[in-house]
Design a protein around this ligand. Structure first.
Ligand code: ZN
Length: 248
């Protein structure tokens, strides 16, 4: 199987469409690490697009926020404002779809899927020590995670040594490759489709070719000015609008 791995789409329809266009014909099944909504101006359209793809999906913290399942005082004020806006505009049908998305981790024979980490769906895996701790309980060689909006991830080798995976994909190029050695354990972050925070504003995703044990880190340009204009019209916070251009 070939998998299209999406995470942190955050209601950004233009970014999602660019990813789907570039990835067309390259995958058999979609998997999603959560945060379909929140921040962006098209939560309904993106939820419907995701639903039509019939993905394997775990919920993110922004699904919980949009459904009123978390205490929003734990969110920063801008994220809270966007979450309340999202909550208001979501249709009943889309709310119901989001409500039924399971909490991670979920497993199959080929990989594990989480939003934050294997231990806690809300945990940010930023550094290697946290990743090591989380990977101890990994049932598969490959675990996909999101939440940090940083493409890359971590690896723990059979002998206990560990490393950070940091694909750098130059402008003009769109892909970096990683070969999976099943003796080791990998935490793979596809990056964020709709709000990258790794200083590259292009939409990020991964193609995972399970038989070949190959992870392809991908980027694609999208018309982010269009997304920004919609956000201005929706009255979303300027900081959230600016960060799309900055990629952080
Ligand atoms: Zn997110």
């Amino acid at each position: 199987m070939r998998y299209l791995v999406l995470s942190d789409i955050h209601g950004n329809l233009e970014a999602m469409q660019a990813v789907m266009d570039q990835a067309r014909g390259e995958f058999d099944q979609v998997i999603c690490c959560g945060d379909i909504v929140g921040y962006g101006p098209n939560p309904n359209e993106v939820t419907e697009a995701i639903r039509d793809l019939k993905p394997l999906v775990v919920r993110g913290n922004h699904e919980k926020a949009a459904l009123g399942m978390v205490d929003l005082s734990l969110f920063n004020p801008l994220a809270k404002q966007a979450a309340l806006w999202t909550r208001n505009v979501l249709t009943a049908e889309n709310r119901e779809y989001l409500r039924l998305i399971p909490t991670g981790p979920i497993y199959n024979s080929e990989f594990t899927l989480v939003h934050g980490s294997l231990l806690d769906e809300d945990e940010y895996l930023i550094d290697r020590d946290e990743a090591l701790l989380s990977l101890k309980s990994a049932p598969n060689a490959v675990t996909f995670f999101g939440h940090t909006h940083i493409q890359g991830g971590f690896v723990v080798l059979e002998d206990g040594r560990s490393g950070v995976l940091n694909p750098v994909i130059r402008q003009g190029a769109f892909e970096g490759e990683l070969s999976i050695d099943p003796r080791h354990k990998y935490l793979i972050n596809p990056g964020s489709v709709g709000q990258p925070r790794d200083y590259d504003p292009r939409a990020a995703y991964v193609i995972y070719q399970a038989e070949q044990q190959r992870v392809r880190y991908m980027r694609v340009d999208y018309p982010l000015q269009t997304t920004q204009e919609k956000m201005v019209k929706a009255g979303l916070p300027p900081y959230l609008i600016d960060r799309l251009r900055l990629g952080r």
